[in-house]
Design a protein around this ligand. Structure first.
Ligand SMILES: NC(=O)c1ccc[n+]([C@@H]2O[C@H](COP(=O)([O-])OP(=O)(O)OC[C@H]3O[C@@H](n4cnc5c(N)ncnc54)[C@H](OP(=O)(O)O)[C@@H]3O)[C@@H](O)[C@H]2O)c1
Length: 250
């Protein structure tokens, strides 16, 4: 079967994930995006892709709930067959996540576990679960963070798990290379989204001042790089961490 190229993007209802869904559709990819709480926002992204002539669908997914992944894979397979007449995916973007600003001495075990589940354990087991659906030539993109390079006050557990995801990316590239599946991580700097409560004016001014190009990033700045990595344009890029941060804290 000549397969259409369909990618799965977690956390596609808002922010970087939504921009990535739109960018992928612009590049001619089919899109299955996931949402957690914002079903209506996810529907809006699906509608915008449809209005522009693309094809997309949204599924609910709690990335911290590994027990739901088998059912999620079944739902992806149903969508692939029903909407695209396909049985495989061309890419997976492990993007969904939440932030936390807390110094190490005040982080609770529950907060630590929640961050670990969403930023490290979830991407590990979701990738494992969807691996049988990945076609040769597929690409995995894991969203990490510039906070893995720059120790930023208040984000220690978040950054530590993103660092773990960065290491995991190289192991994915090594273990999946035989199937011609690539894996890279994208590490955004400060991007204008609702992560961790979003940016107020003072915080944005501070972050822009720490960025060589003098502004914070927009979700589209990151989405364009993810789109490149998912398609043939990035076909020889593998096992890399690409910081997309405008020169943050250099
Ligand atoms: N923004 C930045 O400055 C920045 C910097 C470095 C790295 N990143 C990383 O980039 C990725 C995207 O962040 P963003 O800034 O676009 O965030 P955002 O605007 O807050 O959007 C987060 C997305 O993740 C989903 N989500 C949150 N918790 C989830 C969970 N437990 N299970 C499933 N989905 C969940 C949300 O779904 P609902 O809307 O449906 O709830 C939403 O679609 C994250 O991995 C983040 O750590 C962001």
């Amino acid at each position: 079967m000549n397969q259409p190229n369909v990618v799965v993007i977690t956390g596609g209802s808002r922010g970087i994930g939504a921009a990535t869904a739109l960018e992928c559709a612009r590049r001619g990819l089919g899109v299955i995006l996931t949402y957690h709480r914002q079903a209506e926002q996810a529907s809006q992204v699906v509608r915008r892709i449809g209005d522009a002539g693309g094809k997309a669908a949204a599924l609910m997914l709690e990335v911290g709930d590994t027990k739901s992944f088998a059912g999620f894979r079944g739902a992806v397979q149903d969508l692939l067959a029903g909407m695209w007449g396909a049985d495989s995916i061309a890419g997976l973007v492990n993007n969904a996540g939440h932030g936390l600003f807390n110094p190490i001495e005040t982080v609770s075990e529950a907060q630590f576990d929640a961050l670990m589940n969403v930023h490290l354990k979830g991407p590990f087991f979701l990738t494992q679960s969807l691996l049988p659906l990945m076609m040769p030539g597929a690409a995995i993109v894991n969203l990490t963070s510039a906070t893995t390079r720059v120790a930023t006050p208040g984000v220690a557990p978040y950054a530590a798990f993103k660092g773990g995801l960065d290491v995991l990316t190289r192991y994915m590239a090594k273990e999946f290379g035989g199937r011609r599946i690539r894996a890279n991580s994208v590490a955004p700097g400060a991007i204008r989204t609702e992560l961790g409560g979003g940016l107020n004016e003072a915080f944005e001014t501070l972050l822009a001042g720490q960025t060589a190009l003098g502004r914070v990033g927009e979700p589209e700045d990151v989405a364009r790089v993810i789109g490149m990595l998912l398609t043939g344009d990035g076909g020889w890029i593998n096992a890399q961490s690409i910081e997309v941060a405008g020169g943050y804290a250099i």
